[in-house]
Structures are given as structure tokens and as C-alpha cells.
Design a protein around this ligand. Structure first.
Ligand code: GCB
Length: 555
């Protein structure tokens, strides 16, 4: 539990003008206890805090052992949404832009060893046209209709903008000479060695290795990982930094009709997810992670997409260990034509760099997804996405790159740069609602269109229907459990046909119900989950389960 105070002053700037980092927060005014990690939004009953936009402040005391004096002490925040500024004993030690990736700094100079220290973290959740994801603040100045200072913020995406310190905060130590980064690339036997000036490069041969395999291909021994132990000795004082990096041995390859893992065609049958649950919002939660992986396995889902932002490292660790394949997505969701300027691009590249650095050694990650549903039908998208994709490919030439496309094959200006086409489609939901009989016409036309134009494999990364758990109608009306099942099954007939050709994956939108902003088509959130927000199955989950396990058992 940390002390917490939201800055409700009109400009949200009292904390900065009164230098709240200089004192324990409780001396500046009323504080409330706030769990870390968690979103702050759903912890209290206060509507104003749930809807809060601006700076919130956290602080806590932390004891630093005097044994740490000769070590390098690092403060690491696994993620905080969105802008973060951090002080230790009143000294600013780091700041970070972006909500879903870790950041850290050496804090020896600010730390008092053998004493209690004051750690203060300010987090601002305001989204703007320059953030990823982008958002907009709307001011209403009409005093006849709105109270003074009224404003709201909307994100250009369909999930609630949960905020706060979402993942763990830790102090850790290393020797003063330490391992900063490790990149492991596994390939088939060859003696080639890449020379890089300021880096240590080496190759190790493992004969008859046990490969990393998705669990759908090896139910007995999925997700096999090795551990590379790296020791770095400081010859001046004999200190050794030891780092253990897990890795898996597997290859990824793609042709114009196939995706291959270990040279075997891989068909992805899975779900798109969210980090989202009751009370904690997007806060890291181990029981939830364990439950989600149990339900993925129950469903027979052999892959998921981290829609629409990088997920917690603890989640990724489970995917690696359990042999669940991941499409690793950046927070580039809702990029419109106006968000494709040079400043946007620079930030997007920075985010890709942080994401690839964090996840490059993960065997589960087989594709980078740089965005979700951008306005890629505009000319601006051509250069923008060419730059993002080229840059990502330079960072990691070993994995295919894509983004989830909501445009059409004849209008999209960016699909030409991806390796595998991702499409999100909602026939019989957002168009021709209630009429699943159109799916057999519209879906093959569209999927064939993508493949014929680009000669690349295609994955349907979203399809689904909002479903109120417990609502039953026959014949099936939209929003009933029957309709969700009927709609998904109308897609499956098409998938089964195209699977033999160029379709290499299908992913239901969504694994579970999740919270969104208020909207007339959102009844306490998006209800397209196969599972409820509490991770219990709706009727369609049973159908998906039959389908996915049938595919696994047929392998
Ligand atoms: C989409 C978006 C996803 C939404 C979904 C929906 O195309 O990618 O973020 O939640 O549709 O349910 O509308």
C-alpha cells in the first residue's frame, strides 16, 4: 500500500507548484491508501477518481540496507500509465513517457544507505494526439450547459484508459560492472559469427537440442527453455555479475501461404486479449494470470495477441513456459491520419525499441504487431508505416512484422510492407447485424482479396459479437449467447476452407469481456468475451473449445 493523492486543482498543477515531492504526501493534504500494482480508477467509490484525468501522486518509505553501499542500486518500474516522474528523497531520479513498458535508473546518488528513504512517483494519464495510444481532451466552455472547468478525455480506442502504477516497482542491486543487455539468436547449425565492436559476441553449439514447441504441437513437453548463464567478472575487484537468461530454440519462417515454426506449418487458433479485470483494472495480478492461462488451455487456444499494448513480463513468462504463441503488439492503437507526423513517428520508433529490447529473447513471441487499426487508407500511412516496419525489422530481422488492419485490400496503403496480413472483420455485427447468412459471401471475398493482392499469408485477428452472459434467444438475436455461437460458427466454415490455402490463423475478439468508456453500444464495457470479465465461459466458449481441441487432436 502506498500513499496516494490525486491533484484535483483546476490546472492539475498544485503538486508541481507546491513541490509535493519534497515532503511526505500526507503533509501536503489528505492521502488515501492505494495498492501497487493496480489501476487507481476502480479502487474507491469516487466517480471523480474513476474518471480522473491529470497528475496523481504516490509515495512510500523504503529502507535501503547499508550493505548496498558498494553496489549499483537500480530503481525499476515495470510500467506506469502514462507519463511518470520519480523522486527519491526529493531528488528527481527518472521520468518516462509511455504506459506499458519498463523503465529504470541508477539511484545511488539520491539513496540514503542504512536509512529510510522517501520514494515519490507522479503519474499523468492525459492522452494527446502525440501519445501512443493517442487521445483527445475536450473542454466545454458553455456555462449554461456545463459546470466551470468541465472537461473529458477520450482515447481513440475501445478500452478504458486505466491508469496508475500498473506493474511492480523494485529496487535491485548489481555489481558496479554489470551485464546490461543480452541478445540470444538461435539458428540451425552454422559456424558464422557476427562481429560487433562494443559488444561481446559468441556462439555456442547445442547438439540434438530440445526445441521450443507450442503446446498444441507437443502436449507433453511444450515450451522447452534453456537457461544461458552469463558471468561478467570485474578484474579490478573480482566482483562477478551473474545473469540467467532463459531462451528457447525454435525457428520462424513464412512463405506466401504459410507460417512455419520449426519448419512445420503452424495454424494459430487463439484469441485477442486485454489486461483487464474487476477492481484492479490493468494492474498486475498473479491469480488472474494463472486463471487466464488455465482458460487459454481449456479453450485450446495456442496463441494470443497482446491487443492493444505490451503485456506484463509475468504474462509473457507464462507464454514462454507454457508454449503459447504470442503476437506482441505495440500501443499503436487508433492512429489516425493526424497522428502520423514526425513527432508521432519518433515516439513510435522509441516504443518499438523499448518493446523489442524487452521481448526479443522470448521464444513465444513470433510476430511483432506495430499497430491496431490505423487509418492506413490515407497516403500519409505509406511513409509512416514503412518507417515503423523498416525500423522494427532492423531491430529484429528474425521475426515477421504486421499490424491489425481494418481497411480494405484495395484501399490500404501500408499492408504492402507487412510480412503476414492481419485483418479485423465484423460481418454480421457492425454491418448486416443479425444476418450471419452474409458471412459466407463477404468473408471469403475479403480474405481472398487480401491474399490475391499481396501474395502473403492471412490471419483473421478479430471477429466477434457482443454477448450478454445469460441472455438466451432462439432464433438467435444479437447480444444473446446463441447469436455469438452462431456468428462465430458462420466464420468457421469459411476458415476451414481457406485454411488449406493461405489462412494461417484465427483469433476471436475477445478472450473475456472488458471495460470501456461510456457509449450507447457498451453496456458496462465491451461484451465480446468468450468468457465473462470474471473468466467464466459463455456458450460460445464451449464451441470454440470443441473446435480448437479438434484441431489440436487432428494434428
Ligand atoms: C475493433 C478494435 C477493438 C474493439 C473491437 C470492437 O476493431 O480493434 O479494439 O474492441 O473492434 O469490439 O468493436
Amino acid at each position: 500500500m502506498w500513499n496516494f493523492r490525486a491533484d484535483f486543482s483546476p490546472g492539475r498543477n498544485d503538486g508541481f507548484s507546491n513541490e509535493w515531492w519534497k515532503f511526505p504526501l500526507k503533509k501536503t493534504g489528505n492521502v488515501i491508501p492505494m495498492p501497487v500494482p493496480s489501476s487507481f480508477n476502480d479502487i474507491t467509490t469516487d466517480f471523480k477518481l474513476r474518471e480522473y484525468v491529470g497528475w496523481v501522486w504516490y509515495d512510500r518509505e523504503v529502507y535501503a540496507s547499508s550493505d548496498w553501499r558498494n553496489k549499483r542500486v537500480v530503481l525499476r518500474i515495470d510500467s506506469a500509465h502514462y507519463f511518470t516522474q520519480v523522486w527519491l528523497n526529493g531528488v528527481e531520479v527518472m521520468s518516462h513517457v509511455g504506459g506499458h513498458l519498463p523503465f529504470e535508473a541508477k539511484v545511488n546518488d539520491a539513496l540514503k544507505f542504512g536509512q529510510i528513504n522517501l520514494l515519490t512517483v507522479a503519474v499523468n494519464n492525459t492522452l494527446s494526439p502525440l501519445t501512443l495510444p493517442p487521445g483527445t481532451v475536450h473542454y466545454a466552455n458553455d456555462p449554461k450547459s456545463y459546470p466551470p472547468g468541465y472537461f473529458t478525455m477520450t482515447g481513440q480506442f475501445d478500452f478504458f484508459n486505466y491508469a496508475g502504477i500498473h506493474r511492480s516497482v523494485r529496487l535491485y542491486t548489481t555489481p558496479t560492472v554489470y551485464v546490461d543487455d543480452i541478445t540470444i539468436i538461435t539458428k540451425n547449425a552454422s559456424r558464422s559469427q557476427v562481429a560487433q565492436s562494443d559488444r561481446l559476441v559468441n556462439s555456442i553449439t547445442i547438439s540434438n537440442p530440445t526445441l521450443w514447441r507450442p503446446y498444441s504441437e507437443d502436449l507433453k513437453n511444450p515450451g522447452y527453455q534453456y537457461t544461458l548463464k552469463v558471468e561478467l567478472r570485474n578484474s579490478m575487484n573480482g566482483e562477478i555479475d551473474v545473469y540467467r537468461q532463459k531462451f528457447g530454440i525454435r525457428t520462424i519462417r513464412w512463405t506466401d501461404t504459410q507460417l512455419l515454426i520449426n519448419d512445420k506449418p503452424f495454424y494459430c487458433h487463439g484469441v485477442a486479449k486485454h489486461e483487464d479485470s474487476d477492481i484492479r483494472g490493468k494492474g498486475l495480478d498473479y491469480p488472474l494470470i494463472a486463471r487466464d492461462f488455465n482458460m487459454l488451455n481449456w479453450l485450446g487456444a495456442n496463441c494470443f495477441r497482446t491487443s492493444h499494448y505490451p503485456y506484463a513480463e509475468e504474462i509473457m513468462d507464462q507464454a514462454d513456459a507454457q508454449g503459447v504463441v504470442v503476437f506482441d503488439e505495440s500501443p499503436g492503437v487508433g492512429i489516425s491520419k493526424t497522428n502520423m507526423g514526425p513527432e508521432n513517428l519518433k515516439h513510435h520508433l522509441d516504443v518499438m525499441k523499448e518493446l523489442v529490447r524487452r521481448d526479443k529473447n522470448r521464444p513465444s513471441v513470433i510476430i511483432w504487431s506495430v499497430a491496431n487499426e490505423p487509418q492506413s487508407n490515407y497516403d500519409e500511412a505509406r511513409d509512416y508505416f514503412k518507417s515503423v516496419i523498416d525500423f522494427t525489422r532492423k531491430l529484429d530481422p528474425t521475426r515477421p512484422i504486421s499490424f491489425a488492419d481494418a481497411q480494405n485490400y484495395d484501399t490500404c496503403k501500408a499492408a504492402q510492407f507487412v510480412d503476414i496480413i492481419f485483418v479485423n472483420r465484423y460481418y454480421s455485427w457492425y454491418s448486416d447485424m443479425g444476418h450471419t447468412e452474409v458471412v459466407a459471401y463477404q468473408l471469403p471475398e475479403n480474405l481472398n482479396g487480401w491474399h490475391n493482392k499481396f501474395k502473403k499469408p492471412v490471419i483473421i485477428t478479430e471477429y466477434g459479437a457482443d454477448t450478454i452472459s445469460g441472455l438466451h434467444t432462439e432464433p438467435a438475436n444479437p447480444f444473446s449467447e446463441e447469436y455469438q455461437a452462431k456468428m462465430l460458427e458462420s466464420y468457421h466454415k469459411v476458415f476451414d476452407d481457406l485454411k488449406k490455402k493461405f489462412l494461417v490463423g484465427e483469433m476471436v475478439w475477445n478472450f473475456a469481456d472488458f471495460m470501456t468508456d461510456y457509449a450507447v453500444n457498451r453496456v458496462n464495457g465491451n461484451k465480446k468475451g468468450l468468457l465473462t470479465r470474471q473468466r467464466q465461459p459463455k456458450a460460445a466458449a464451449h464451441r470454440i473449445r470443441e473446435r480448437y481441441w479438434r484441431i489440436i487432436n487432428a494434428n
